[in-house]
Structure formats: C-alpha cells, structure tokens
Design a protein around this ligand. Sequence first.
Ligand code: SF4
Length: 351
Amino acid sequence: MKNTRQIKVGDRFLGGDAPILVQSMCNTDTADINSTVTQINELAAQGCDIIRVAVPDFDAANALKEIKKNISIPLVADIHFDYRLAVESAKNGADKIRINPGNIGGEDKLREVIAACKDRNIPVRVGVNSGSLDRELLNKYGNTPRALAESAMRSVSLLCDRGFEDICISIKSSSVFKTVKTYRLVSEMCDFPLHLGVTEAGGEEMGTIKSAAAFGALLVDGIGDTLRVSLTDDPVKEVVAAKKILKALDLHTSGVNIISCPTCGRTRVDLIPLAAHIEKRLCGVKTKLNVAVMGCAVNGPGEAREADIGIACGKGEGLIFKHGEILYKVPENELADKLIEEIEKMTGEKI
Ligand code: SF4
C-alpha cells in the first residue's frame, strides 16, 4: 500500500501501515439516541470500524455525548455549512469531524473549528464532491477528475496553511471512472490518508458492484486507507459489502474467504448447496483463512493451491486438503463436518 501519513481516529489508526478500515453512516435521526446507538452497535458487530452520523442541528450535536458513552467504535460528526455544529460536536466527544473547509463561512469560523479539533486531537476529514466544485475550477477544467482533485487540494490547503495537518481526504463522485481517476491524482499530489467511496452508488447490488470496481482499481495500486460502500439500503449491508470487497482483494484482516469452483461436467456432488452451507457455518470465524470448496479432485486441490484448507469432492466421497497437500478421504455426507473440525483445530476457534 502507499505509505500515507497515519492519523488516529478514536482508538483506531488510519493510514500508514494500518489495516484498511471499514466505515458506514447511520440513517437514524442522530438526535434519537436509542435508535442511533442500537444501529451503531449492530454495525460494529458486523465489523464496522468507524461510524459517521449526520449532525444537521444542535439536537444532533448534543446527542453525541450520550451516544459516545454507549458505543465502542469511533464516531465521526458529519457537518455541512455550520461551523458551530463542528465546534459543538468536537466538544461533545466526536472522534473526527467531516467538513468541507471551503463552505463553512470564512476565516474566523474555520479557525474556530481548527482550534476545537486541535484542542482535542481530533482529525478532520475533508470531504469534496463533484456537486460542490467551485466555479473557477469548473471553468478551468470542466467537471473533470482534475477539477475535483484540485478542489480537494485547495480545501486541504485551507487547513494546512493554518497549521492543521491532522487530515484525511474523501472525494466523491457517482461515476466509477471519475472516482478512480480523481483518487489517483490526489494520491500523486499528497500523502494524506484517503477515504474511498463512490457516492450515490445505488441499491445493494449495483452499489456494491460500482464500489467494488472503483475500490478494486485503487486498492490494487495501493491507494485507499479506509472505505465506505454507499448503498440505498440498510447500512449493515454496506459493512457486509465492504468486508466482502476487502476479502476479494485479500486485504481483510479477519474472517473466511471462500474459494469455490463454478462447477462443470465433472462435478458429481451437489456442490452449490454444500458451498453455501459451509460458507454459512464459517461466517463467524475470526481468523483470516482461505477455504476452498471444489467440485472434483482432478483439478480441485491444484486449482485451490492458495487455500489454507479445503475439500475436493468426488463421487460419494471427497478429499480434505491443507495448503495443497491431501490429508485424507471422507464420505460425502461427512465432508462439511470434517472440514469444520479441521478448521477448529487450525484456528483454535469453536465453530
Ligand atoms: S474444480 Fe473440478 S468440478 Fe470444479 S469447475 Fe474445476 S474441473 Fe469442474
């Protein structure tokens, strides 16, 4: 990964050599403390590392104090326009403030926000999106990745020029191409940690695909320190999707990645339900593990050589293998149980 500067958000490190953190955003009314806390704890249980809440008014800013007491993951206050809400959120325990420094109303106000964050060692996420590009940049570059990247860097300079560098950056566009190109440019222009996201990506299926396409292009190049999959759906699905994308890129830090074959004319077992059954049983495993579920022994263990452990099915029986080496043969109806047994031995976890 690109070695970005590291910042601290609550008790989590973001950037540098830290793992890529998964974020989501509550869709509850922030001032409704019970619902917000319940949702945050549900998201944390699914693997959300950092949670953001909208702070549109003082009721929301004041609620942060009580919310903080009842959650275990860092809390980010999302502010638009009103600097007083940023200052109040910092006072009430927010672990990070998300603002666009260009639209909070000028010098004095910006300095107050900076002072409030500095006092409490809270970073700022500079959020820029294609809808809020300034006219000069639009005229100069059009609505292009270059304009977005320059806009982000201008916003960052507003903070850096005033001695504040505890920053991470997000640039959002609903276009996958524009997102990828803009982040690549920003990554060349600075070494602040980057928060990846495709905004207004759509519902669960297309939203996940768009995010995976953009994050994949960036993360294989080492760009990106934290991410949010934005979905028009339950935020829990955002976290689940983000985790899956990280697994697909082998950038996850825990949990099972299933490697299963697509089945073909050689398959002699009902592999599809078997793979689904195994995936379900392993969904709570914490250890980072690649588990293969292959339809035949001809290509199975060989094709799944990168797997830590797996099964290769045959006619009425199958093989259990570990790091490409065959351990033993078992009857088909015992395959799943034996595999789980071996994984329990390997991980020391009770499944
Ligand atoms: S592992 Fe075997 S059954 Fe599965 S797709 Fe490959 S050849 Fe076919």
